[in-house]
Design a protein around this ligand. Structure first.
Ligand code: NDP
Ligand code: 8X3
Length: 253
């Protein structure tokens, strides 16, 4: 029962799934969360075959009552959470502000800002009780700079950047590490979600250069997690070699 426990939000796809696999490979038991229960079940079965203990919790991070209930109903043997990876998030749309779809805006704000806040609000007291823990927020290059038509998504990731700094101050006296990891372009379901299922448009985002894969970001999470306890990686910005800013790519065409 001394195995470390990691809670990964958005474990059903992309960076969250890769991070789950990486932490499990390195001996963590995992709490995996997301809204797609079939994917959670498949991941749980795969990990359990390799002897990893898995708790699967299907809920929407936007609904505070669901987040609160998930944490309050954690079985005792799952309460000692060592690592929380706040990964669940999305972009929806890519439009000038005057053309923006306000449903898209609400989804991004509710997921990327409020969802991350709800999870942190209810999980961090469990870490504070033990005077130990590590919170890792998945930010973005979009939280460091703004690009045309990225307005609201960029604002939500700038909020993650600010919240990471604020959390680090609040967690200081509780001995809890707080890290932000800010990827550039990673080929996941991200752009399919952003373009509301338009796979052809999504594929163009990654065309003509070698983008990051989810496992590259999982490696960064593991680097931060595996530092000695006195070392906190504050912030990592990780881009494809072929990307120099939110919009500048070295495409081979
Ligand atoms: P994916 O679309 O592949 O994965 C997103 C994950 O978030 C899914 O597991 C999804 O699970 C979960 N999620 C979304 N909304 C909710 C919700 N309301 N409640 C619970 N879970 C939710 O994208 P990525 O892996 O690329 O994205 C992961 C994070 O990385 C995001 O925060 C994103 O902003 C960030 N990022 C991505 C980059 C990229 O280029 N891909 C670059 C920089 C940052 P489900 O649908 O099952 O609920
Ligand atoms: C996702 C990467 O460049 O679309 O955060 O903002 S980008």
């Amino acid at each position: 029962m001394n195995t470390k426990i990691a809670w990964i939000t958005g474990a059903t796809s992309g960076i969250g799934e890769a991070t789950t696999l990486k932490l499990a490979d390195n001996g963590f038991d995992v709490i995996i969360t997301g809204r797609r229960n079939d994917r959670l079940t498949a991941l749980k079965e795969k990990l359990e075959k390799n002897g990893i203990r898995v708790l699967s919790l299907c809920f929407d991070v936007r609904v505070e009552a669901e987040v609160k209930s998930a944490v309050e109903n954690l079985p005792d043997e799952w309460k000692n959470i060592d690592v929380l990876v706040n990964n669940a998030g999305l972009a929806a749309g890519l439009s000038a502000i005057q053309d923006g779809d306000t449903d898209d805006w609400n989804r991004m704000i509710d997921t990327n800002i409020k969802g991350l806040l709800y999870i942190t609000r209810y999980v961090s007291p469990l870490m504070i009780n033990r005077k130990a823990g590590h919170i890792i927020n998945i930010g973005s290059i979009a939280g460091k700079e703004v690009y045309p038509n990225g307005n609201v998504y960029c604002a939500t990731k700038h909020a993650v950047d600010a919240l990471t700094k604020g959390m680090r101050m609040d967690m200081l006296k509780h001995n809890i590490r707080v890290t932000q990891i800010c990827p550039g372009a990673v080929e996941t379901e991200f752009s399919i979600v952003r373009f509301h299922g338009d796979e052809a448009r999504a594929a163009k985002v990654y065309d003509g250069y070698e983008c990051l894969v989810a496992a590259d970001i999982a490696d960064c999470v593991w680097f931060a997690v595996s530092r000695p306890p006195h070392v906190n990686v504050n912030d990592m910005v990780v881009m494809p070699t072929a990307q120099a800013s939110g919009t500048l790519f070295n495409r081979k065409f």
